[in-house]
Design a binder for this molecule. Structure first.
Ligand code: 6PG
Length: 230
């Protein structure tokens, strides 16, 4: 895992924003655009607040979502609602560059439509996003890929999720194949509630978040607990 450990979630979020801005500049210089996949949950909020004030070339940025909850558009529980509030409503980004998951259509239809959008996206020619942000749940889930769920072996680009143990029960998630082929993957985990899952992963358990290969783990000290500073 070899994590980078920060004093608190604020420092973690600031570093995640700086790494993202650097990846953005490099991707635009190399390929003319930056395709970034955002995470849901609370931990990335600080990162997105920082990013909203950074001088990125937003006209060349595309935003995607790693997972979405099956609730109506604009619902306060949606992952894109947080992104809208702290980031997307503060920057000059082309509306057609924001690739929301149509999870309001339900898991099957939402996943099928997002998979089609992904398959048609230029960035997917090589199946590679420039950067993916991911969170980690207390049970070791990431995006909406939960322990023991069939989604973990589902090869589709976007997968329908039923019976999520974290509400709401119905969701849409990017599949592992897409997440794993990204150029850079940041896993953001903060708070003491994450310690147990991290200890299980350190012990060799293949929880869903541990199936993300070559990720850069950013932890705060509360989450890291016994994990040694590196
Ligand atoms: C969601 C997220 C989920 C989240 C983790 C961590 O829909 O809830 O996609 O995967 O990232 O549960 O969430 P926190 O950062 O809030 O702990």
């Amino acid at each position: 895992m070899n994590p980078r450990i920060f004093a608190d979630a604020a420092e973690l979020g600031q570093e995640a924003a700086e790494l993202t801005a650097k990846a953005c500049a490099e991707a635009i210089a190399a390929r003319g655009s930056f395709h970034l996949v955002l995470a849901g949950g609370n931990t990335p909020r600080v990162c997105y607040e920082h990013l909203s004030g950074m001088p990125l070339d937003w006209s060349r940025v595309h935003i995607w979502f790693g997972d979405e909850r099956c609730v109506p558009v604009g619902h306060e529980d949606r992952n894109d609602r947080m992104a809208d509030e702290v980031l997307l409503s503060h920057v000059t980004i082309t509306p057609s560059h924001i690739h929301r998951m149509p999870a309001e259509l339900g898991p099957e239809e939402g996943a099928a439509r997002y998979a089609a959008e992904l398959a048609a996206a230029p960035v997917m020619d090589m199946m590679r996003f420039d950067m993916i942000h991911l969170g980690m749940g207390e049970d070791g889930h990431t995006a909406s890929l939960f322990p023991g769920h069939a989604t973990l072996s589902d090869a589709r680009l976007a997968v329908p999720v039923f019976n999520s143990p974290k509400p709401p029960p119905e969701r849409v998630s990017m599949g592992l194949s897409v997440l794993n082929t990204a150029r850079q993957k940041l896993i953001l985990a903060a708070g003491a509630g994450k310690r147990e899952a991290l200890a299980r992963i350190e012990g060799g358990e293949k929880l869903p978040v541990a199936m993300i290969e070559d990720a850069l783990w950013l932890l705060d000290r509360a989450a890291a607990g016994a994990v040694e500073d590196s």
